[in-house]
Design a protein. Structure first.
Length: 713
C-alpha cells in the first residue's frame, strides 16, 4: 500500500483570493505568536455547525476529527463563539476540568486559546491556537494583541466574502497548511548533517507531521530489521506488525500535539529491546532509535511491546473513551454508578467508588460501590460545611489527591478512617461552571498520582458530572410525572351494591416516559354506574396532564346525566379546544344493575371483553368511533348488551396485550382465553393474573390500565 507523501492542501482550482488571505493570516499568526498549531473555524450563515477551514501544524488525521463542531458541543472553539469571549486553557488539567471530553480525546500537554470572530453584528467563526507546555499561566500581551488583530482582519475578510457571495469553505476536508519555513537550506550544510547522522552509533529517522517516514539512516533500518525503501513514505506502525500496538501511535500523537520529548521501549521479534525517542517541532518529528542497554526485567515480567506504565496509560485512555460513549446511554443515577464502576474501577485499579451530590445544604450519597455501610451512613446527610475532603472539593470545585493516609491526616487532622482505603482521589462534579457534587475514588494501597493520571481522572469526573446531571433530571422528571399521574387516577373506586370491581395500573418499563392511560368508576345513582377507560396519545407530562382533564370532563358530563354517546361527543369538543395535536382513545360504559344491562360507546378504543357464566369470553362488537380530538362533528353510536348475574366485563388499554411479535388480534384472543379460564376466581386475583401477563414482558413501551367489572347479587 503506497501513500501520498504530502497532504492535499486545496481543491484543484485552489482557494479564492479571500480564502487565501485567511490562510495567510492564520499561518502568519501561528508564526508570530510562536504557537505550534493553529486552526480557523468558520460558521456558515444560518447553520449551527463550525467547519474547520484551514489548519497549520495539525496532522490531517487529527484535524479531520474536528472538521465539524456543533455550536452546542463542549469544545473550546464552539464555546468561544457561544459565549463571545476568549477561551483560555493554560494546561491539560485546565482542559480536563472545563472540557473533559476533549481532554480524553487529546490527552496531551498543550495550552490553547480560542477567540471568536465577529463582524458586522454576526458571529463568523473562531480562531484556535495551541502552544506546547510550559506556557505562562495567561496569554502574554503580545499574543493577545496579535490574536485580536487577526480576528478583526479575518472578520472583515469573511464579511467581504459573504457580501460577494464567495464561499470560503474548502470542501469536505480543511486545507492543511505548511508552517512558514526559515528559507533555503545550504547544500553543503545538508551534506555535512547527513554525514554526521551516518556516523552516529545509533539510528535516526525523520517523520512528517502525518507520521510518515521521510528519512532513515542505515543504522536505524538495520535495528528495525527492514529495508529503508520499505519504510519511506509510510507510517512505521502500519508496516511493521510488531509496532502495531496503539501505544506506538499514541507516542507519535503526544510528540506532535505536546512538542514534548517522549520515549518508550519496545521488543523486536528477534528478542532485542530498542529504545525510541521522539522530538518534534512544527515541521516534523525526529526519532532516535538505539539498543536498550538497561537491565532487562526479570523473567516472566517482560512486556511484549512497551513498558507496563505506558501500556496501562493507553488501556486506561481507550477505556475512558469507551466509557464516554456508553455514558451517553445512561438513563438513571444507578445506570451511571454501574457504568463507572464496571468500566473504570478495574482499569484504573480503583477499589471503591462513591458519587455524592449537594441537596438542601447536605451531602447525599447517590451511588456507591466497594464502600461499606458505615462509610455511606457517615457521609449521607453530612452538612456541606463539614471539614471533609468531599465537602471541600464540592465547595471549591478543585480536585484533591491523597496518596496515603498520612497525607490525608495532614490535611484533615480530625479525620476518622471509616474504610480500608489507603489513597483517595476526590473529584468535583461540575456542570455549567458550578460544582453540584463530588466523586470519590478509593485505593486499597498507597497510590502516587502522576500529572497524566490526575488529568485523566479529572476529565473522567467531567464526563460523570454530565451523565449524572442528565440522570438526576430524568429521575426528577419521571418521579414528578408518576406523582402527577397517580394523583389524577382515582385513589379508590366507589363501592356499588350489585357490582364487584378490581383495577390495576402498570407503568411502562423504567427508562420510558410516563403515559396517559386512565380509568374511572362513576356512581350515577343507586342502581346505575358508569365505567370509563382511555389512553391519551404520547408519553410525557403533557399526556399525563391531559389525561386528568379528559377524565374530569367525562366525569362532569356523566354526572350531569348525558348518555354514553353524548359524553364522548362533549369530551371530544373539549379536547379539540385544549390540545388539537393530541388524540385520545376512550371506552365509556353505563351499567344498569337493576335491569342487568350495559350501554357502551367507543372512541377508537380496544373492544371490551365480556365473559357470561358458562360461556367463553368474547370481544364486544361496538360501532366504530373516531378518536377524541380528531373531528369536532364526530358522532359516537352506542350499543346495549345484556350483563347478567356473574358476568365479567374487562376494560383495558393496549399495554395489556402488547408483546414482541404478537399482533393485535392475537393479543386480544390470548387475553380472552385467560379470562375464560380464570373468570371464576375472586376478581382481585383475576386482575392480578391478567396484569402479570403484561408485567412479564421485559421492555414494555406503553402503560397498562385494567378495569374489571363483575355483576353480583
Amino acid at each position: 500500500m503506497q501513500e501520498q507523501t504530502t497532504e492535499t492542501t486545496a481543491a484543484p482550482t485552489g482557494p479564492g483570493p479571500l480564502a487565501s488571505g485567511l490562510d495567510e493570516l492564520l499561518a502568519a499568526t501561528v508564526a508570530v505568536t510562536k504557537a505550534h498549531m493553529g486552526a480557523l473555524f468558520l460558521l456558515p450563515p444560518g447553520e449551527g455547525v463550525l467547519l474547520m477551514s484551514s489548519a497549520v501544524g495539525i496532522p490531517a488525521p487529527i484535524a479531520h476529527q474536528w472538521v465539524r463542531i456543533r455550536l452546542e458541543d463542549p469544545v473550546p472553539a464552539a464555546a468561544a463563539v457561544r459565549e463571545r469571549r476568549l477561551v483560555w486553557l493554560a494546561d491539560h488539567e485546565d482542559m480536563a476540568r472545563r472540557f473533559p471530553g476533549v481532554a480524553l480525546s487529546l490527552p496531551y500537554h498543550f495550552s490553547l486559546a480560542a477567540m471568536p470572530i465577529h463582524a458586522g453584528g454576526v458571529d463568523r467563526g473562531s480562531l484556535v491556537l495551541l502552544w506546547p507546555e510550559p506556557h505562562p499561566a495567561e496569554l502574554t500581551p503580545h499574543e493577545l494583541e496579535v490574536m485580536e488583530g487577526t480576528t478583526r482582519r479575518m472578520g472583515a475578510l469573511i464579511r467581504r466574502a459573504a457580501d460577494r457571495g464567495e464561499s470560503l469553505l474548502p470542501g469536505s476536508r480543511p486545507r492543511i497548511l505548511s508552517p512558514r519555513g526559515d528559507g533555503q537550506v545550504d547544500p553543503v550544510a545538508a551534506r555535512a548533517a547527513l554525514d554526521y547522522l551516518n556516523r552516529l552509533p545509533w539510528g535516526a529517522c525523520a517523520m512528517d507531521m502525518e507520521g510518515r517516514v521521510t528519512f532513515i539512516t542505515p543504522q536505524a533500518a538495520d535495528l528495525l530489521g527492514v529495508d529503508p525503501a520499505d519504510l519511506l513514505c509510510m507510517r512505521p506502525w502500519e508496516v511493521l506488525p510488531w509496532m502495531g500496538d496503539p501505544v506506538f501511535e499514541d507516542h507519535y500523537r503526544q510528540a506532535v500535539l505536546s512538542h514534548r520529548p517522549t520515549s518508550f521501549t519496545a521488543r523486536h521479534p528477534s528478542g532485542r529491546r530498542l529504545s525510541f525517542e521522539f522530538h518534534s517541532d512544527p515541521t516534523g518529528i525526529s526519532v532516535r532509535i538505539a539498543p536498550d542497554l538497561t537491565a532487562p526485567p526479570p523473567a516472566g515480567e517482560e512486556q511484549d511491546h512497551v513498558a507496563e506504565a505506558g501500556k496501562l496509560r493507553a488501556d486506561a485512555l481507550y477505556n475512558m473513551v469507551h466509557l464516554a460513549a456508553t455514558l451517553t446511554r445512561a438513563v438513571t443515577v444507578q445506570d451511571v454508578t454501574d457504568l463507572v464502576a464496571d468500566q473504570v474501577m478495574s482499569v484504573c485499579d480503583i477499589q471503591a467508588l462513591a458519587l455524592t451530590i449537594a441537596e438542601n445544604g447536605r451531602l447525599r450519597v447517590v451511588g456507591a460501590r466497594g464502600y461499606g455501610r458505615g462509610f455511606v451512613d457517615r457521609y449521607d446527610g453530612l452538612p456541606l460545611d463539614a471539614p471533609t475532603s468531599t465537602c471541600d472539593a464540592l465547595r471549591s470545585g478543585d480536585p484533591e489527591f491523597y496518596g496515603n493516609w498520612e497525607e490525608y491526616r495532614q490535611a484533615y487532622p480530625d479525620a476518622v478512617r471509616y474504610d480500608d482505603m489507603s489513597a483517595w482521589a476526590v473529584l468535583p462534579l461540575i456542570t455549567s461552571g458550578r460544582p453540584f457534587g463530588a466523586c470519590l475514588f478509593g485505593y486499597d494501597r498507597p497510590h502516587m498520582f502522576n500529572p497524566d493520571e490526575r488529568a485523566t481522572l479529572t476529565s473522567l469526573a467531567g464526563l460523570i458530572a454530565q451523565a449524572l446531571e442528565r440522570a438526576r433530571l430524568y429521575d426528577v422528571k419521571h418521579q414528578l410525572a408518576e406523582c402527577l399521574q397517580a394523583s389524577l387516577l382515582p385513589s379508590e373506586l366507589p363501592a356499588v351494591p350489585g357490582l364487584q370491581v378490581a383495577a390495576h395500573y402498570l407503568p411502562a418499563t423504567r427508562g420510558m416516559d410516563i403515559g396517559g392511560d386512565f380509568y374511572d368508576l362513576i356512581r350515577l345513582d343507586d342502581t346505575t354506574v358508569a365505567a370509563v377507560i382511555g389512553d391519551v396519545q404520547g408519553h410525557d407530562m403533557t399526556a399525563a396532564a391531559l389525561m386528568g382533564q379528559v377524565r374530569t370532563a367525562i366525569r362532569a358530563h356523566a354526572t350531569a346525566g348525558a348518555r354514553p354517546g353524548d359524553v364522548l361527543a362533549h369530551t371530544n369538543l373539549l379536547l379539540i379546544d385544549l390540545a388539537p395535536e393530541l388524540f385520545t382513545s376512550c371506552l365509556y360504559v353505563t351499567l344498569d344493575l337493576k335491569r342487568r344491562r350495559a350501554t357502551l360507546a367507543s372512541a377508537g378504543h380496544l373492544p371490551p371483553l365480556l365473559r357470561r357464566p358458562g360461556e367463553v369470553a368474547r370481544s364486544v362488537d361496538l360501532p366504530p368511533g373516531l378518536l377524541l380530538g380528531l373531528e369536532p362533528d364526530a358522532d359516537y353510536l352506542t350499543r346495549e348488551i345484556a350483563f347478567p348475574m356473574g358476568s365479567v366485563l374487562a376494560l383495558y388499554t393496549d399495554g395489556l396485550i402488547e408483546a414482541p411479535g404478537v399482533d393485535l388480534d392475537e393479543g386480544i384472543a390470548g387475553l380472552a382465553e385467560h379470562l375464560t379460564r380464570s373468570a371464576d376466581l375472586p376478581l382481585h386475583i383475576l386482575a392480578q393474573l391478567l396484569i402479570d401477563q403484561a408485567e412479564s414482558v421485559d421492555h414494555r413501551t406503553d402503560d397498562t390500565a385494567l378495569l374489571l367489572l363483575k355483576s353480583q347479587p
